[in-house]
Ligand binder design. Structure first.
Ligand SMILES: Cc1cc2nc3c(=O)[nH]c(=O)nc-3n(C[C@H](O)[C@H](O)[C@H](O)COP(=O)(O)OP(=O)(O)OC[C@H]3O[C@@H](n4cnc5c(N)ncnc54)[C@H](O)[C@@H]3O)c2cc1C
Length: 457
């Protein structure tokens, strides 16, 4: 069996950290050997650690890294069905399959995540309003259960386990491999439309009226705008470009483009780099970059989907204190009032909002999956200690009253009580967990904090 290293690990927000035994097996059987050894009281899988809080941490227990479990297993060129081990990253899938005319069916805002991590969070992308979450394209999973069995789960086989695992935050077992249906593309480019809005009402109206014209749609919100400008945004919408959309030069090799340069943020960054003044200046400049009239352009998929990926280790920009991303979703009928309340409240408390993104969601999927029909708002803010936490706890209550919920992949501060009110299908999920893992062999700092366990604790 592989040896472990005892080490402190962090979430992407660098606010939550904990010490555990870290295993880095090279083969699927190595994962099974670690988990079956029961050397530690509990285990949790970890991909590239892009969840913001404590979902992939396990204080005093075992953390199983999947980065070396990264082989492609099969590909059907006619249907675009790929099967791969759980540690394969979205970046690797794109590198191999875009030149062959296939794209990810759903992608989060970074390609530095593993398939296992993406399934465990049932990630959503800019196309959720049309296509839903990643699980809609997952055909089959291979799982390692607490009793040591390796089994398949899909819509037709062990379907309860399938719906508990997508969005199940790694707590039903280790995902060993994933079979996924890719999307056909003609080019590696996106036809993008940028449009500036004056306030939240205009933002919401245009999203509702025009979203159906775009496969991908999101609003970058000026988090500093208040009063009549509250919610003013840049709408960023796009569709996959066809060869006819490209310039003659791009059209010669439509599935290729020049790689972007990357920069790496140094390990120590002073706190003032992202303070209230620099954030205000950035937001204002970005908003003014666009005119009122819509602007169209053709850009490669990497610039469109992953603008932050060219700045490696960008989470260090927040300095030692780290940062929090608060992402919540509201049903359609309460969305407007709820969005006004969240944005105004954080502005009144003078909490600097570095990045604010708004988007419409389609239908919900897995038992613990985050998305539900309505509007989701994601807000990045520096970790400002107890005063910020107390505001966020109040917002949690507000989110509950509006029938919404907070995304576990981003969360680091929710209470167990609030979690249970936000996720009404938790009881159903818990019955499956109790059956599959009665001793909570698969646990994490997040599952203990929120009491997402098999037996009602
Ligand atoms: C810049 C940025 C943008 C993002 N944008 C989005 C977005 O648009 N939409 C969205 O939905 N998310 C988004 N995220 C969140 C991110 O997509 C998810 O947290 C993703 O799951 C992280 O994948 P990972 O491989 O790093 O997993 P980790 O962070 O390592 O783990 C995440 C969860 O998956 C579990 N897990 C990992 N591997 C396995 C496995 N093999 N078996 C069982 N469980 C496993 C872990 O236990 C943990 O609960 C973003 C994150 C960043 C940093």
């Amino acid at each position: 069996m592989d040896k472990f290293v005892e080490k402190e690990l962090n979430g992407w927000g660098r606010y939550r950290g904990s010490r555990s035994h870290i295993y880095r097996p090279e083969k699927v059987n190595g994962i099974a050997a670690v988990v079956q050894s029961r050397k530690e009281g509990s285990y949790i899988g970890r991909g590239l650690g892009r969840s913001y809080g404590d979902a992939a941490l396990n204080q005093g227990g075992g953390v199983v890294l999947t980065e070396r479990i990264n082989r492609f297993l099969s590909f059907e060129p006619n249907s675009g069905v790929v099967s791969c081990e759980a540690g394969v990253t979205l970046e690797e899938i794109l590198k191999v399959f875009v030149p062959r005319g296939w794209f990810l069916p759903v992608t989060p805002g970074t390609k530095f995540v593993t398939m296992g991590g993406a399934v465990a969070c049932d990630v959503h992308g800019k196309n959720h309003h049309r296509d839903g979450s990643l699980s809609n394209f997952v055909l089959d999973l291979k799982l390692l259960l607490a009793d040591g069995q390796q089994i398949r789960a899909s819509r037709d086989e062990n379907s309860d386990l399938f719906w508990a695992t997508v969005g199940g935050m790694g707590l039903t077992g280790m995902i060993l491999s994933v079979t996924l249906k890719l999307r056909r593309i003609e080019t590696a480019f996106i036809r993008v439309n940028y449009r500036r809005t004056r306030n939240l009402d205009e933002t919401m109206r245009l999203l509702e009226e025009e979203d159906q014209n775009y496969n991908y749609s999101v609003a970058w919100v000026d988090g500093q705008a208040v009063g009549g400008s509250l919610g003013r945004s840049i709408l960023i919408r796009g569709n996959h470009a066809t060869v006819d959309d490209l310039s003659p030069q791009q059209a010669t090799q439509p599935l290729e483009f020049a790689d972007r340069r990357t920069w790496t943020v140094p390990p120590q960054v002073p706190n003032f780099v992202l303070d209230r003044f620099s954030i205000r200046a950035f937001n204002s400049l970005y908003y003014r970059r666009f005119r009122q009239d819509p602007v169209n352009s053709i850009i490669d998929y990497d610039r469109f989907f992953y603008p932050l990926d060219s700045l490696l280790e960008w989470n260090r920009l927040y300095g030692k204190r780290g940062f929090i991303q608060y992402q919540c979703v509201f049903p359609p009928d309460t969305s407007r009032a709820a969005l006004v309340e969240v944005l105004s409240r954080l502005s009144k408390e003078k909490i600097p909002l570095c990045l604010v993104v708004l988007k419409r969601f389609g239908a919900e999927t897995g038992l613990l999956s985050f998305p539900m029909s309505g509007y989701t708002l994601a807000l990045d803010m520096p970790m400002l200690g107890a005063p910020l936490l107390s505001v966020l706890h109040e917002l949690d209550q507000w989110v509950i009253r509006q029938g919404g919920r907070v995304y576990l992949a981003k969360d680091s501060c929710l209470s167990a009580e609030a979690f249970k009110e936000m996720y009404p299908r938790f009881g159903q999920w818990q019955r499956i967990k109790t059956e599959m893992d009665p001793q909570n062999l698969f646990s994490s700092d997040l599952s203990r904090r929120l009491r997402i366990t098999g037996v009602d604790a």
